[in-house]
Design a protein. Structure first.
Ligand SMILES: Cc1cc2nc3c(=O)[nH]c(=O)nc-3n(C[C@H](O)[C@H](O)[C@H](O)COP(=O)(O)OP(=O)(O)OC[C@H]3O[C@@H](n4cnc5c(N)ncnc54)[C@H](O)[C@@H]3O)c2cc1C
Length: 464
């Protein structure tokens, strides 16, 4: 086994959106950081498949860590987004009531929004809802409007956090899942497939494996992950003209429910389901649930009966047996956990990172040196409503015609400071093969452009 050198301040386990935000925050505060990720790239777990809504926290449990982290995360995203060229689609959201009982719940949701500091939330009458969204089913009754709920690019944001962390010295180890760990009373010794690491503290942001990683580190876990699958249907871009606002259902205690929303990439999305399952690694899509989602979308916006489907996908929420986030620490062991980050982690990640860093800093006598002028850089824009690379000369040809991805974009991703480790990572960085043909037309070209440049090649080698 190779030793990676001197002990680092913190090893972060898992490079989902939370791990990427933690790496950035700890690096900004002057800590030395290594991120261990078992997959070939960042965003290989829950963070690759969500609804991409930046929430205001209007319906979060009042006074909760989740609410605090969501609102801190939302604010920080808005502060840093221009510096990184991170897009938003200013849609607002409506919690829509479709019957008497749902309509009766809207005033209490408004009260909760106001209690949570979302002062611009307001009730809309049926006429006001239809004036805003004329394509809605005529049985709509009323809505709660939350103007500051927006859509973001779910992948470029965490990529920006991770890239900035890397530029400040954070090391990312891919294909390096934690195998075992030992605390000697002072330092952690962490075994990975690529060697042994020593660290003063360990931060568990392993998502769906959060409880098993905690057990590996401490011998037992304070929480149990109960994977909750969410399936989605993506409609063609032509469908997006039917809707401006994010449509949310009146929530239940268990789930935010099925959402109908535009995506930053110009499509229309319906989902997710909320299905408990034992299996942690494979979020399969299933025909009855996809049919249910399409039927739901058509019920809300009847014109979608004519819409074509581009793609379907599913994600697994790292939910636990309790609703609250499972954020806790054992400072005497240098152990910190951001676990059970169920369904709001894209929004809350920057806030969670601040919160966990605060717990970590309290437990230490000496602090790191804060980065006065952190490095910043512009991420390529993939949002449909903003200028894309293909519109600028010198783009080296279109590789993916469905999503208009250029040769220059593919090359920039492959040559970037944190290049993709696999095809999924390349797709998330560029949108290649994400469109109507799902790679049928561009896969051969992509295979040759990426040859020898992905740690997991597009076409795996077959032994003769
Ligand atoms: C269907 C769905 C819809 C959602 N919609 C929204 C939304 O609209 N807005 C919002 O704010 N949030 C949303 N979320 C929630 C958000 O996506 C999650 O809260 C967030 O992605 C959790 O991030 P994470 O970093 O904690 O976990 P993950 O992204 O799962 O990251 C954990 C990482 O740890 C790695 N790992 C696991 N075990 C090990 C090990 N032993 N060693 C090393 N690495 C390991 C995994 O490979 C993974 O990359 C949604 C989630 C889902 C599933």
């Amino acid at each position: 086994m190779t030793a990676f050198g001197d002990p680092v301040d913190a090893v972060i386990i898992g490079a989902g959106v939370v791990g990427c935000a933690l790496a950035r925050r700890f690096s900004l505060e002057g800590a030395s950081v290594v991120v261990l990720e078992r997959a070939p790239d960042i965003l290989s777990g829950a963070s690759k498949a969500n609804s991409a809504i930046l929430h205001t926290g209007f319906d979060a449990p009042p006074g909760s860590v989740e609410l605090q982290c969501m609102q801190a995360g939302y604010d920080e995203y808005m502060q840093i987004r221009n510096g990184f060229n991170l897009p938003i689609l200013e849609t607002g959201a409506m919690v829509v009531a479709w019957d008497d009982s749902e309509e009766a719940r809207l005033p209490e949701l408004l009260d909760q929004a106001l209690l949570n500091g979302v002062a611009d939330a307001l009730l809309l009458s049926r006429a006001e809802v239809l004036a805003r969204e004329p394509a809605l089913g005529s049985h709509v009754r009323a809505a709660l409007l939350v103007p500051r709920e927006v859509i973001i690019d779910p992948w470029s944001a965490p990529l920006a956090y991770a890239t900035q962390a890397k530029a400040m010295g954070a090391r990312f180890q891919f294909n390096a899942g934690l195998l075992s760990a030992r605390f000697d009373g002072d330092l952690w010794h962490l075994e990975t497939p690529t060697g042994t690491l020593t660290a003063r503290s360990v931060i568990n942001s392993a998502g769906i494996q959060g409880d098993s990683v905690e057990r590996m580190l401490l011998g037992e876990a304070q929480f149990e992950i109960r994977p909750r699958k969410g399936q989605f249907v993506v409609f063609d871009k032509a469908a997006a003209k039917h809707l401006r606002t994010i449509l949310l259902p009146v929530p239940t205690a268990r789930t935010k429910g099925v959402v109908l929303t535009r995506t930053i990439f110009g499509n229309l999305l319906v989902g997710p389901t909320a299905e408990e399952q034992e299996e942690r690694e494979r979020p399969d899509v299933t025909r009855p649930e996809l049919d249910m989602l399409i039927a739901k979308a058509v019920e809300l916006v009847p014109a979608l009966a004519q819409a074509q489907v581009t793609a379907v996908y599913a994600g697994l929420r790292p939910a636990s047996e309790e609703k609250p986030y499972r954020v806790h620490s054992l400072p005497e062991k240098g152990y910190f956990c951001a676990g059970g980050i169920r369904s709001t982690g894209l929004t809350a990640a920057l806030g969670i990172a601040r919160h966990v860093h605060g717990l970590w800093a309290q437990s230490r006598t000496a602090g790191g040196e804060r980065s006065a002028a952190p490095p910043t850089f512009l991420l390529p824009n993939l949002a449909e409503h903003l200028p894309r690379d293909w519109q600028t000369p010198g783009h080296d040809g279109i590789v993916c015609h469905c999503e208009m991805v250029t040769g220059r974009e593919i090359e920039a991703a492959l040559g970037s400071p944190l290049p993709p480790g696999d095809f999924g990572g390349l797709r998330r960085r560029t949108r290649c093969a994400m469109g109507r043909c799902q790679g049928f037309n561009c896969l051969a070209r992509l295979t040759s452009l990426t040859e020898g440049r992905l740690s997991v090649p597009i076409a795996p080698e077959v032994d003769p």
